[in-house]
Write a protein of this length. Structure first.
Length: 150
């Protein structure tokens, strides 16, 4: 037994499952690789989908703990993906964070209206900042799910 207390006795309300599975939906391979690398270095399991249809297939087959979603995608745009995820019982409460180059008010409002937890502009955030927010986004989604089932 060490004299060092590392504070790992985290209160249940602050705990996040040991492995958080992230679905990162991004058609720009360089951006996807950059975020995937950082998130995996921080201990997250990351699956990348380069288009909307693949994202929906992956999410419905094995619902992730969190989705990062670009808006402009081949085959099905991010808003369509979000609509499908919110309409299916398996993914209704999965937190979705939009990560887009586009920050027009109309797009941001639409994202929130469709059920996004957060809307981030790529040029105004970093992989480190995004990674650091994952525990709070996952906790918020758990709380949302509990409220939704009442």
């Amino acid at each position: 037994m060490s004299d060092f207390d590392d504070g790992l006795d985290t209160a249940p309300e602050e705990a996040v499952d040991d492995e958080v599975n992230v679905l990162f939906v991004e058609d720009d391979e360089a951006v996807a690789d950059m975020y995937k690398l950082k998130l995996e270095l921080d201990g997250y399991s990351v699956t990348v989908a380069a288009d909307g249809e693949t994202a929906v297939d992956l999410a419905l087959k094995d619902p992730p703990d969190l989705v990062f979603l670009d808006i402009r995608l081949p085959s099905m745009d991010g808003f369509q993906v979000l609509e499908v995820l919110r309409s299916d019982e398996r993914t209704r409460y999965v937190p979705v964070v939009i990560l887009s180059n586009y920050g027009e008010d109309e797009l941001v409002e639409r994202g929130f209206r469709l059920g996004a937890l957060e809307y981030l502009i790529k040029s105004q955030t970093t992989p480190s900042r995004v990674s650091g927010e994952i525990p709070s986004w996952v906790r918020a989604a758990v709380a949302r799910k509990q409220v939704g089932r009442r």
